[in-house]
Design a binder for this molecule. Structure first.
Ligand SMILES: [Zn+2]
Length: 164
């Protein structure tokens, strides 16, 4: 039996909003949120799941977004970002996710009411309790395009236990 160490990795992603289209739903952290603009993306545009996918890649060293996810999305037509997380998790090997911290920057939509459901959804897909998922949201005071309502940026830090 080897020693256990903890390793943390970062993932980031951002997407722009499309033109206002009346009532629609955008996918964030695996849940659908009512909004008046779509997210511009080839996939479902789940910027939270994409940041998580990139944080998993930060551990495995196997990049999924821009690589396998493009094949899955463009050739097989699978838009569900949960599939990209599952693909990234296939390369985990001797690592186990123990905590997920997510930081969201956007002016709109309002994130706060959706945080409990997002924690549940993220905990489920990563195989950790929702109490091991932390989500904060900021409007960024209009200092960036995200804070001015042009899109959403997400950072994710994942913590892994790894046997060495
Ligand atoms: Zn993305």
């Amino acid at each position: 039996m080897g020693n256990l160490v903890s390793i943390s990795t970062i993932g980031q992603d951002s997407h722009r909003f499309g033109a206002p289209c009346g009532n629609t739903l955008i996918r964030l952290g695996g849940i659908d949120i009512p909004f008046d603009k779509p997210i511009e993306a080839n996939s479902d545009g789940d910027v939270v799941y994409h940041a998580i996918t990139n944080a998993i890649s930060g551990f495995t060293g196997v990049n999924i977004l821009g690589f396998e996810a493009d094949t899955i999305c463009l050739e097989k037509g699978i838009k569900d970002s949960a599939v990209y997380i599952d693909k990234a998790l296939e390369y985990l090997k001797n690592g186990k996710i123990i905590h997920c911290s997510v930081s969201i920057e956007c002016l709109c939509p309002k994130i706060k009411p959706h945080i409990p459901a997002m924690k549940e959804s993220i905990g489920k897909i990563l195989g950790i309790p929702s109490s091991s998922v932390g989500i904060t949201a900021t409007t960024g005071e209009g200092l960036t395009g995200f804070g001015r309502g042009e899109g959403i940026q997400v950072f994710c830090i994942l913590t892994f236990a790894k046997e060495i």
